[in-house]
Ligand binder design. Structure first.
Ligand code: PLP
Length: 389
């Protein structure tokens, strides 16, 4: 265990380090092969080849056609493009999304109201799952688009995407899913025709930051969000990020090929949950087989999640309280509130996202330090002292 030197990184849902194989694959495209893929000389042709080969490799991993993939600057842009692009290409004026979407979907939904779209939101239950009833309750408005993420970034809960797709398609709407947290954690097979559009991002799977893609099923009408030189067949202008695209392809290949190895992460996660369950007044969310393998979301009564994260940080453990985007807000996460978790309890949340590099020694240390931190923080809480001491 080397927490004193580098720390123990258990915030893989926020981001991941670039894998060595990915880094090596990217290197030539910074200096040796630097052409603009739109140029017709040899340098340009080499860059174009890298882009198209990367597209083909990703298509093979996800079982789709290469021309269904559009490179973007990451999950946020892919989500913006999906919501805006599909909505603006439709004649319908209603949009539906789950209440637990990432802010890049929720805030785009809100922005669409300025273009006269009516937005509605699907509730989740206390396990953070969408039910058929909650979907049926809202879908009668005949929305242009229904956005339901594949895996939630705070609780890790996998949504019943097949059920959602079936219902959405029965009602003649399009189904878009944010799969940023799903790729590499669960099988994503685009040939099953569940999704009309699906987004993913490089830096959550051992690839670089600032690169992602949007899958759009052939024949699905969509308009661009960024205009310019017409790259990416007119849907996403801007000179292509060649090292990023090559890195994304390498990362998607590694993530999908190593899916079977994820069992070891599950085992480690379950061990950590058992160790942490001994902390009184701790509430774990998500049912083991219905969440992504490495994620633990727990709330502690009489604890402020940001105090807990700071204490762990001082002890060389890098975790987070709910999502990385909400880390600087004192407000509890919208996801936990949507699950009906009481406000005060939701403020005491901790998200630990481990990966296959974490060890049993590290897990034991995390459990020990979390227990210590919860005890110390509670002892400083006047309400806790008045009730329990
Ligand atoms: N969607 C989900 C579920 C995420 O977890 C994130 C990142 O936190 C994003 C979208 C945004 O992706 P990016 O950081 O690549 O913009």
């Amino acid at each position: 265990m080397n927490q004193n030197k580098k720390g123990i990184y258990v915030d893989n849902s926020a981001t991941t380090p670039v894998l060595e194989e990915v880094w090596q694959a990217m290197l030539p495209y910074f200096k040796a092969i630097y052409g603009n893929p739109s140029s017709i000389h040899l340098q340009g042709a080499c860059a174009r080849k890298a882009v198209e080969e990367s597209r083909e490799r990703i298509a093979q991993c996800l079982n789709c056609h290469p021309d269904e993939l559009f490179f973007t600057s990451g999950g946020t842009e892919s989500n913006n493009l999906a919501v805006y692009g599909l909505a603006m290409a439709s004649t319908h004026k209603n949009l539906l999304a789950s209440r637990i979407e990432h802010p890049s979907v929720l805030n785009t939904m809100k922005a669409m109201e300025k273009f006269d779209f009516r937005t509605e939101y699907i509730a989740v239950d206390s396990l953070c799952e969408i039910s058929k009833d909650s979907l049926l309750e809202k879908i009668r408005c005949s929305p242009a688009l229904v956005a339901v993420m594949h895996a939630n970034n705070e609780t890790g809960v996998l949504q019943p995407v097949e059920m959602v797709a079936e219902t959405v398609h029965e009602y003649g709407s399009l189904f878009f899913s944010d799969a940023v947290q799903a790729i590499g954690n669960t099988e994503v097979d685009l040939s099953k025709e569940v999704f009309d559009a699906l987004s993913f991002s490089g830096h959550k799977i051992g690839g670089p930051k600032g690169i992602g893609a949007l899958y759009v099923k052939r024949g699905t009408p969509i308009v661009p969000l960024i205009w310019g030189g017409g790259q990416e067949r007119g849907l996403r202008s801007g000179t292509e990020n060649i090292p990023g695209i090559v890195g994304l392809a390498a990362a998607v290949e590694l993530a999908t090929n190593k899916l079977a190895e994820i069992q070891s992460v599950k085992t480690l996660r379950n061990q950590l949950v058992s160790m942490m369950r001994t902390i009184p007044m701790s509430y774990f969310y998500g049912i083991a087989d219905r969440i992504i393998p490495g994620l633990i979301h727990v709330c502690f009564d009489y604890v402020d999640g940001s105090d807990l994260v700071r204490y762990l940080n001082q002890n060389g453990i890098y975790a987070s309280s709910s999502s990385a985007c909400a880390a600087h807000s004192n407000e509890p996460s919208h996801v936990l509130l949507a699950m009906g978790i009481p406000y005060e309890r939701a403020r005491g949340s901790l998200r630990i996202s481990i990966n296959r590099n974490n060890t049993l020694d590290e897990i034991q240390y995390i459990a020990e330090k979390t227990k210590e931190a919860v005890g110390l923080i509670r002892n400083m809480n006047a309400e806790y002292r008045a009730r329990f001491q």
